[in-house]
Design a binder for this molecule. Structure first.
Ligand code: HEC
Length: 176
């Protein structure tokens, strides 16, 4: 059954007509270094994402007057933290699949946890640790007040309805 589902989703992906819209591949995400880049410097943003130098990359900027990000838009957020070793950095992404995907949360968006892995040419390429509407169990965010409560990505992003579930000030839709 699982196998059949995998084959079906692969075929849909190849045909470019997946019912869930745009399905980002690792190859798509690997182009992030060439996207529009916002370097926010050191930012103590906890308890959301860990403190440290954070950088956001966007594959496609919204057009003037848009009330949502276009389907196919990918956003990668990196916190370099204290270590110069990219394999230790926190790398998250979201990609706009569109339609009814994640309808109960950050509508239209798929979330990713990425690891940067060294490749033969000396660059670091993102590997998808997990993807989906929310993190698999054990991969969510610990609530700041503890208690072992895990926050899904949707907890914060899904609440930002007025800005299409995107929270950073540099991607405020009213500023484009
Ligand atoms: C506790 C609230 C909270 C949770 C939970 C959360 N985020 Fe965020 N996220 C934010 C805030 C606030 C920003 C904007 C400021 C920043 O980037 O530090 C942000 C920014 C981002 C960005 C850059 C685009 C944007 O919205 O500005 C991505 C990508 C992202 N988060 C992915 C994720 C993923 C994936 C998860 C789940 C594993 C997640 N976030 C969980 C609060 C949260």
């Amino acid at each position: 059954m699982l196998r059949r589902l995998l084959v079906a989703s692969l075929l849909f992906g190849l045909a470019g007509c997946a019912p869930e819209g745009f399905v980002a591949s690792e190859a798509d995400l690997a182009t992030y270094a060439g996207w529009t880049r916002f370097d926010r410097g050191d930012q103590p943003v906890g308890p959301e994402h860990p403190a440290g130098g954070s950088v956001v990359y966007v594959s496609r900027l919204p057009v003037h007057g848009a009330t949502a990000f276009a389907e196919g838009t990918m956003i990668v957020r990196i916190t370099a933290g204290a270590s110069p070793d990219p394999t230790t950095w926190e790398v998250h992404a979201m990609a706009k699949r569109g339609g009814d995907y994640n309808a109960a949360g950050a509508r239209g968006w798929e979330f990713f946890d990425l690891e940067l892995e060294p490749s033969a040419d000396g660059s670091y390429r993102p590997h998808i640790e997990w993807r989906g509407e929310s993190p698999p169990e054990g991969n969510g965010y610990e609530a700041p007040d503890g208690g072992g409560v895990e926050l899904s990505c949707n907890h914060c992003h899904g609440a930002a309805v007025q800005n299409d579930s995107v929270l950073g000030p540099e991607l405020d839709l009213t500023t484009f």
